[in-house]
Design a protein around this ligand. Structure first.
Ligand SMILES: NC(=O)c1ccc[n+]([C@@H]2O[C@H](COP(=O)([O-])OP(=O)(O)OC[C@H]3O[C@@H](n4cnc5c(N)ncnc54)[C@H](OP(=O)(O)O)[C@@H]3O)[C@@H](O)[C@H]2O)c1
Length: 261
């Protein structure tokens, strides 16, 4: 890769897509900083990755804590780690009527899925700008392209990531820093069980985390603003151009793996 691969920071590295990012960048020879709450799971992953000959730094943090991005930055600064690439992957969903969502959960989701990503990016960006080199991968979702009933706040956080990524991509395009949003449909991870949704209730196929990672890296190398892991993901968004918005919203709700009990 022509990115500054000195060290890659991956949030949400303990599971699913984030873990796959960590594995792939280790395979490509990048040292890693892994972030998630589950310190023990991160430790097991790091033992495995270090056998591949890369250095792995563990930063067990709860990104729902507004101070966590500063602590992560400080951790890297103290260890004199040069972060050449950030993968903002941590995130979670909540399936159910918005009126039943607890206020604390709302705050946590906005913090983890949106605010912490924005803050981590802000803290590490000046170093990249100074070096005229770097990359940022934000894990958005197909649900960021329209509202999705029964998982509305999650969908809004993914729309935030999409707009944030596109803005940064344009703003940084002549600086040597590449910024891409990867927008998966349904991926086979723990996400669905954690969110309380049933992927088997959707007609859309589940793809593997590896497909998401490969698409994101390809997008970064080609300096794209937005990439889709599968042809179907891209087609679903492309079709929106020809449909009334009300139909798009109905389709999104219909295809979502959510059924009220
Ligand atoms: N799976 C899908 O169908 C799908 C589709 C589109 C987009 N995405 C996005 O892909 C990303 C990864 O999700 P996944 O599918 O891989 O799900 P996952 O297996 O549940 O992984 C979620 C990751 O986020 C971390 N995380 C959650 N809350 C956190 C917190 N408060 N502080 C720190 N880390 C936290 C989790 O680590 P800990 O629990 O250890 O903290 C875990 O590593 C998410 O942003 C999700 O929105 C997923």
């Amino acid at each position: 890769m022509d990115q500054d691969m000195s060290c890659t920071l991956v949030t949400g590295a303990s599971s699913g897509i984030g873990r796959e990012f960590a594995r792939e960048f280790a395979r490509r020879g990048s040292d890693l900083v892994l972030v998630a709450r589950s310190g023990e799971t991160l430790r097991e992953l790091s033992d495995d990755l270090e056998r591949k000959g890369v250095a792995v730094h563990l930063c067990a943090e709860d990104l729902g804590d507004p101070e966590s991005p500063s602590r992560i930055y400080e951790y890297c600064r103290r260890k004199e780690l040069r972060i050449g690439l950030i993968v903002n992957c941590a995130g979670f969903g909540f399936a159910g009527r918005y009126g039943s969502m607890a206020p604390d959960l709302i705050r946590e989701m906005l913090q983890v899925n949106a605010a912490s990503t924005a803050l981590i990016t802000r803290l590490f960006l000046p170093g990249m700008v100074a070096r005229k080199s770097g990359g940022i991968i934000n894990v958005s979702s197909l649900s960021g392209f329209q509202g999705v009933a029964l998982i509305g706040l999650y969908s809004a956080t993914k729309a935030f990531l999409l707009a944030f990524t596109e803005s940064l991509h344009e703003e940084l395009k002549d600086t040597g820093i590449k910024v891409v949003a990867v927008c998966p449909g349904y991926v086979d991870t723990d996400f669905h069980a954690r969110a309380g949704q049933q992927p088997e209730a959707s007609m859309l196929p589940l793809s593997g985390a590896g497909v998401v990672v490969k698409a994101a890296i390809r997008g970064l190398l080609r300096n794209r603003a937005v990439v889709f892991p599968t042809v179907l993901d891209a087609l679903l968004v492309f079709l929106q151009r020809f449909l009334p918005r009300s139909t798009v919203l109905k389709m999104a709700a219909f295809l979502a793996p959510l059924r009220e009990k």
